[in-house]
Design a protein around this ligand. Sequence first.
Ligand code: SF4
Ligand code: SF4
Length: 476
Amino acid sequence: MIFRPEIYAIKDLRMKPFIDQAEIHDLIHHTRAPKERVREVIAKSLSKHRLTMEETAVLINAGDPGLIAEIKEGAHRLKEEVYGQRIVLFAPLYIGNLCTNNCAYCGYKADNLKIKRVTLSGEELIEQVKALEDAGQKRLILVYGEHPTYNARFIADTTQLVYSVKSGPGEIRRVNINAAPLDIDGFRIVKDAGIGTYQIFQETYHEETYRKVHRGGLKQDFNWRLTALDRAQEASIDDVGIGALFGLYDWRFEVLGLVRHTNHLEAVYHVGPHTISFPRIQYASQLDIDKSYLVSDDEFTRLVSILRLAVPYTGLILTAREPANIRNEILRYGVSQIDGGTNIEMGGYAKKKNGAQQDIDLEQFQINDNRSLHEITLDLIEHEYIPSFCTACYRLGRTGEHFMEFSVPGFIKRYCQPNAILTLAEYLEDYAPPETREKGYQLIRKKIQELPDDLFQEKLKQRLQQIKEGKRDLYL
Ligand code: SF4
Ligand code: SF4
C-alpha cells in the first residue's frame, strides 16, 4: 500500500486526530499533587480502575522521594495481583531494512548510506525462523522498514511463510507485526494472514518534536501515523500495540500521550491497546537528536511504574535495548512481556547460530541485553518468574486474547498461569540443558502447590506427564 495523501485525506476523514497538545502541557504544569491525592490515585489503580489523564498527571507530578517509592510499591503490588509471576517471551525478527524515512534516531534512515540494505529472501527467512525455533521461540514480532516493497501483501505473505516453517518440535504459534501504517484495505489483507498484534509506535506524541525528528518520507505525517490503529480497528484488527520512544521529548508528555491514546481506543472501539512499549533511545548509527530529553535510569523506573498504575489492564513490553540489570529491576514494576535471545542484525539469528561475527552496520540501534533465550529463561526461573510461551487463546480462537485475560474473573489464575507452566515444561523438555530443566521443574512443582484447587492441580499434573511423554501444544 503506497501512501498517497490526496487519497487518504478523503478516505479517512473520520479518523480524527485526538491528541490535544495544550491539554497535555496544561496537565503537566498545573496538576497539583498533595500526598493524600497521590495515595488516593494509587488506591484507585489498585482497585483495578484505569486512571484518567488528570490522575496520571498527579502521579507524574509527585516528585517527593517517599511518594515515588509509594508509586513504585503500588505498581509492584498491582503487577503481582493482576499478572501473577508469568513473563511472556518473544523475539523480534527483522524482515527488511529498506526505508524511505529519515528518522533522526534510527540507523536505518534513508540518508544513512553506511548501512547495508537487506530484505530477507524466502529462503533466508526460513533459515532465520528455523534458528529461532531451534532456540525454543514460539512468539515472534516481524519488523519491517517503511518502503513500497513492504506493502500489505508482502507483510501477509511473509507472515504466512513464518507460520509454515517447522523445525523439529519447533513452530511459531503467534506472529505479531511492527510495520508502517496501512490504509484500511491494507490492514484487512494482513488481518486475513492470521497476525496477532499489529504494533505501531507514535515515537513522540509531541507534534513539534515529531516534525523535527521525522524529516523525510511518509512518516513526516503525524496524524496519518496517529490514526493508523483506528484504521486497523476499522479493518477488524482489535489487537493493537502502541508505544513511544523515550528520550525524544519530555517523558511526562509521552506518558500522558500514551494514556490519551489508550483512552481514545477504549472510548471509540471499546478495547484498549493490547500492549504498550516504551523503548529508550540508545546508540544508533548516525544518531542525530537533542540529547536534553534522554531519560535517566531513575526516571525510567518511575515512568514505567506510573504507566503500570495508569493502565492496569494493558501489557507492558520491555525490550533488550535495556541492559540485564535494568530489565531485572523494571520487571518488578509491571512489565509482562520481554524479548529474549534478541538479535536485530539483518539475518542475525542464523548467522549467530553458525558462529559468524555480529555486524553493527546491519543493526537499527544498539542492543544492551545480548543474553540468549536460554540465559534469560534461566534467570527468570532463578528469580521465580514463570517464563511463558503461551499462545493458547490465539490457538483456541478465543478472540481478543487481551479481552479474555482481564474481563473473565480469575482468568489469569485459571488459564494464563497454568498455560505458562505447560509451555515452560515444553521448553524444558525440548531445549533446556539438564541443570535448567531441573531448576525449571522445581519451580513448576512449587507453583502447582500454590494453586488453590486440588482437582485443577491434578489436571495440570496430567498434562505435564503428557508433555514428558512427548505430547506438545497442550493448553487450557
Ligand atoms: Fe525507517 Fe523505522 Fe528507522 Fe524510521 S525508525 S528510519 S521508519 S526503519
Ligand atoms: Fe495470553 Fe490467553 Fe495464554 Fe493468557 S491464556 S497468556 S491471555 S494466550
